[in-house]
Ligand binder design. Structure first.
Ligand code: 6CS
Length: 312
């Protein structure tokens, strides 16, 4: 069989490197073929999710940034300052988290999706037209966010005017000044040339980009145990591969940006400068619980317990 697998980034981006590894592993260990569909070939993130739920695609890599309206609890990944920054601690959290490996699969299953794995894509930075050192600098800034209600709440709490948009509208939106800021991990800022249309990069330490690989559940459930095992093994290999691949990636990408655009400014907010953002995060956490009720609260608490288990 040929299995169709779509993702939200280019083939050379993190999701593409993960997908390529997964494909190699499946093809080396079975007689199935994987056909990869990078960003742009089948539409936006919301489109590839619909196609997977409809069974037109077998696999989809979609970030919780776009899954929030389908699975409200997935918005937990946008509670600011919840996740630690890129580190072995973060990796170990993804490997061992009960919230991710046991609780989320049930929530995805209710939407016809077999959650295969979640993995990090790097520290999220803000890129803006004006420098940012605190919430006051975000006042009146139309800041593009993924289409995720809690992310909208975060940027409201951070003082900005959040503007949810699909990915395809971001470069043009910045170019024409419809928006004046956006956030993404550094590799993506570099590969998609966001630095051409923004002038300032800010590390606020507020999040690490999380993404998820899923399969259509009917498809997955209909496979032989042997094929399911091939998929599980390929996921595990690609997962470790992508963590390793990302070591030093933020710094490398930043160096490329600085070389291509020496005028770019790069600011790492001090703990003192982060304090008002951390304060705002408390309200965002409360909003998350309001939005998701007991189920969200349980996930959040489990995530905190999982994080405590890996913090050294
Ligand atoms: O900001 C976005 O919409 C995109 N960011 C990343 C890192 N991956 C895919 C997503 O579409």
């Amino acid at each position: 069989d040929t299995w169709r697998y779509a993702f939200e980034e280019a083939i050379t981006d993190v999701q593409g490197v993960f997908a390529t590894k997964f494909k190699e592993e499946v093809e080396a260990n079975s007689d199935h073929e994987i056909q990869l569909f990078p960003y742009g070939t089948l539409g936006e993130s919301a489109d590839i999710m619909e196609q997977t739920q409809a069974g037109i695609l077998q696999f989809v890599n979609q970030s919780p940034g776009f899954t929030g309206s389908l699975i409200p609890e997935a918005q937990v990944f946008f509670v600011p300052y919840l996740l630690p920054q890129e580190s072995e601690e973060l990796n170990e959290f993804f490997r061992t988290s009960k919230a991710i490996n046991e609780m989320f699969p049930e929530l995805y299953a209710a939407q016809g999706l077999e959650l295969l794995t979640m993995y990090p894509e790097g520290e999220v930075v803000m890129t803006t037209k004006e420098p940012v050192t605190g919430p006051a600098d975000l006042n009146e800034v139309k800041f593009r966010v993924m289409t995720n209600p809690l992310l909208v709440e975060s940027y409201k709490a951070f003082g900005a005017t959040p503007t949810p948009l699909p990915w395809g509208e971001v470069y043009g939106g910045l170019q024409t000044n419809i928006i004046q800021g956006q956030e993404n991990p550094m590799f993506f800022v570099e590969s998609t040339k966001m630095y051409e249309v923004t002038d300032h990069i800010t590390f606020a330490g507020h999040n690490n980009f999380t993404t998820a690989l899923m399969a259509n559940q009917d498809f997955y459930a209909g496979l032989s145990e042997e094929d399911q095992q091939v998929i599980q093994n390929a996921v595990e290999t690609a997962f470790e591969y992508i963590l390793d691949y990302q070591q030093g990636l933020t710094e490398e990408s930043l160096a490329k940006i600085e070389e291509d655009k020496p005028s770019i400014t790069v600011t790492r907010l001090t703990e003192e400068q982060r304090a008002p953002f951390r304060e705002a995060a408390k309200d965002v956490e409360a909003t998350f619980i309001e939005m998701t009720g007991d189920s969200g609260k349980e996930i959040l608490e489990q995530m905190k317990a999982d994080l405590a288990n890996v913090s050294g």
